[in-house]
Design a protein around this ligand. Structure first.
Ligand code: ADP
Ligand code: MG
Length: 655
């Protein structure tokens, strides 16, 4: 006789034992089932039939005893090989149908083939053909709740046949059906048996059992009668399948990995369906990620925007400008003085292109009834060039004006607007600065820049000599502005100036040399710190979002435990389940990420309208998106692993 397909030797299964009394439900069952058999296992409710069937179908392991599948000891198989058996050798039909509620009939039937890695076109065609054969051609798109019990059971039979269904395990398949549908399902099983499928039918109904060739009766976990012992053995040379074939395929097939592309697509579709069904809950949970991603992107855009603004200012003021001013050498001494003679000496340095003493203060200026407080500076004729600040109306004062300490002034745009009225012609007219009359020669270009409360357009420029004599009563400059000859050699220029100054001041360091570039860079650094701080706030909200994802995934795993059981019964490997739920977590956070980016763009637009500089960078957007995806993977992993490690039977029988 050929190898039996299934051979059980003294199989036992006990439940409980730790805090509940140990109950042995299957108490030593030995039997063999050969290819081509149609077996009914009959017994009263509670006699252990379902327990036995779960062991037969490799959904559960016995407590003791041996189970040989096609001559191979099942106890030696790993979880992937068991999944292969469930996928390729068995086809389950349950009393409660066990269809996935969110999938259509077609999708439910295709599921085992997805895990087997069958190409999509072949899968679609085969599922459609099976549904057609079972009289459900017009119901392929219906979801389980849109089908009658009999139709659902036929869908589950089609699913059992999807990968071949060599051994159909049917546990009370007619139990929940009316007699008409029940008869149809039985007729189907009959037909399958006659086509060479091994059918193992579990029932409490003797009449139903009588349809089978062989009836095994169990009572209290023991076989009390087996009709095979009375009759001649069934034909073993069935043209269908032989145990040997299945064993060889198991040896080859279990190590194959499925087609991940098909599975990924299916996982994505399933994930999207679940998200859509629970969209309100999903949306709430995703707020964390949305806010996190949006704030990361907006922060970085604002930071980058203001940095660029600073850079632009730096270009406007010129980075080759140095400032020289007096400073106390020690705490007790007064600040050193820099004299005009020293200015003359410094101007002789080859590294110095232009040098300009500055004296200035806030002063009252008046024209007619209009007055205002403006910064009045005594500068020389280098002013427009050093500050890159040209005159747009009239002209700047000349060297002759400087020599003669002429009472002339060049005024900023806002000074003109305040004293003469907007756009009014001020040229040639007189203003009183601290009651000293000055004639307006020109108007400076508007800078639009301001630092603190100072507005650079509220400025009046007069010749240094005139300021010293007529306004300040002092000839010593407040500080000196120096333009280096080469903006790439500011450091060398600084060194040369320092060297000369030290000599002039007899080695005493009672002066200070600074430059614009350094100041602006310091400002940019502060801004970097600020965006770092804001960035960490964003990171925290991403973390919160990640915890939300973990929470929702734990919830979904709990809610869909039965679905996980169904997937396992139809042959999903642990890694398939892991991948499924990880895909869901990643999709979830990707949706959060995209929404966050969209929100960020909206906020950015609003800020731009409010005249706040923003500069979106592709790097920031991609980085934030990647963060969201990583969040999904990291926080989705634990729930997904939990799902993958569920026990198939426990999952299937959960509420
Ligand atoms: P049948 O399918 O023949 O009605 P089952 O195999 O479902 O019987 O159950 C047999 C016995 O095992 C029942 O008395 C049931 O209470 C018990 N049983 C089944 N599953 C469990 C379990 N997970 N834990 C404890 N007892 C169980
Ligand atoms: Mg049962």
């Amino acid at each position: 006789m050929s190898t039996p397909l299934i051979e059980l030797r003294d199989i036992r299964k006990a439940y409980g034992g730790i805090d509940t009394p140990l109950v042995e439900v299957v108490r030593g069952i030995s039997l063999a089932i050969h290819p081509g058999e149609f077996v009914a296992i009959v017994g009263a409710s509670g006699s252990g039939k379902s327990t036995l069937m779960n062991i037969l179908g490799c959904l559960d392991r016995p407590t003791s005893g041996e189970y040989y599948f096609a001559g191979k000891d099942v106890a030696m198989l790993d979880s992937d090989e068991l999944a292969w058996l469930r996928r390729e050798a068995f086809g389950f039909v349950f009393q409660g149908y066990h269809l996935i509620a969110s999938g259509s009939a077609q999708e439910n039937v295709e599921m085992p083939a997805i895990y087997a890695g069958t190409p999509a076109a072949e899968r679609h065609a085969r599922a459609a053909a099976l549904l057609d054969r079972l009289g459900l051609a017009s119901r392929t798109a219906n979801r389980p709740h849109q089908l009658s019990g009999g139709q659902q059971q036929r869908v589950s039979i089609a699913r059992a046949l999807m990968n071949g269904g060599h051994i159909i395990l049917a546990d009370e398949p007619t139990g929940a059906l009316d007699s008409q549908s029940g008869a149809e399902v039985m007729a189907l099983l009959d037909e399958l048996a006659s086509q060479g499928h091994v059918v193992i039918l579990i029932t409490h109904d003797r009449e139903v059992a009588a349809r089978a060739q062989r009836v095994i009766e169990i009572r209290d976990g023991l076989v009390v009668n087996d009709s095979a012992n009375e009759q001649a053995p069934p034909p073993t040379s069935h043209p269908g399948l032989q145990a040997e074939d299945l064993r060889q395929r198991l040896d080859r097939g279990a190590t194959e990995s499925g087609a991940w592309k098909g599975e990924l697509l299916e996982a994505l579709q399933a994930a999207w369906r679940v998200m859509w069904i629970n969209r309100f809950r999903t949306a709430l949970t995703l707020l964390g990620i949305v806010i996190g991603v949006a704030s990361v992107v907006v922060m970085l855009a604002v930071g980058e925007g203001s940095k660029r603004q600073v850079m632009a200012q730096m270009a406007a003021f010129g980075s080759n400008i140095l400032y020289l001013s007096g400073k106390s050498a020690t705490l007790r001494e007064p600040a050193g003085l820099i004299t005009l003679d020293e200015v003359a000496a410094l101007s002789g340095l080859p590294q110095v292109k232009m040098i300009m003493p500055v004296i200035g203060n806030k002063m009252m200026a008046r024209h007619g009834n209009n007055n205002g407080s403006f910064y009045v500076g005594g500068n020389n004729t280098y002013f427009p060039e050093i500050f890159n600040w040209p005159v747009v109306e009239g002209a700047f004062f000349t060297e002759a004006d400087e020599q003669s300490a002429a009472a002339v002034a060049v005024i900023g745009q806002k000074v003109r607007d305040k004293l003469f009225g907007p756009q009014a012609n001020a040229l040639g007219r007189y203003i009183l600065i601290e009651n000293v009359p000055f004639q307006v020669l020109g108007v400076l270009q508007g800078k639009g820049a301001s630092s603190g409360s100072e507005d650079s357009d509220e400025r009046i420029v007069v010749p240094y000599s005139a300021a010293a004599i007529r306004l300040f009563g002092s000839r010593d400059p407040e500080y000196i502005t120096i333009a280096a000859a080469d903006s790439r050699r500011v450091k060398e220029t600084e060194a040369a100036i320092d060297h000369l100054m030290r000599k002039l001041h007899n080695g005493k360091q009672d002066y200070e040399l600074t430059n614009d570039a350094a100041l602006i860079q310091a400002e940019a650094r502060t801004q970097n710190t600020l965006s770092l701080m804001l960035g960490s706030i964003a990171a925290i909200s991403l973390l919160v979002g990640g915890i939300g994802v973990m929470n929702i995934m734990l919830m979904t795993v709990r809610e869909r435990t039965r679905e996980i059981g169904i997937r396992m019964a139809t042959g999903a490997r642990q890694r398939d389940i892991l991948r499924q739920f990880l895909t869901e977590a990643v999709l979830l956070s990707m949706v959060g990420g995209v929404t966050g980016i969209a929100l960020a763009v909206l906020i950015g637009g609003g800020l731009l309208l409010a005249n706040i500089a923003v500069a979106f960078s592709l790097g920031a957007v991609l980085g934030a998106f990647a963060c969201a995806v990583i969040t999904g993977v990291v926080f989705g992993f634990m729930p997904a692993r939990k799902a993958a490690r569920l026990d198939p039977v426990k999952a299937l029988t959960s509420e």
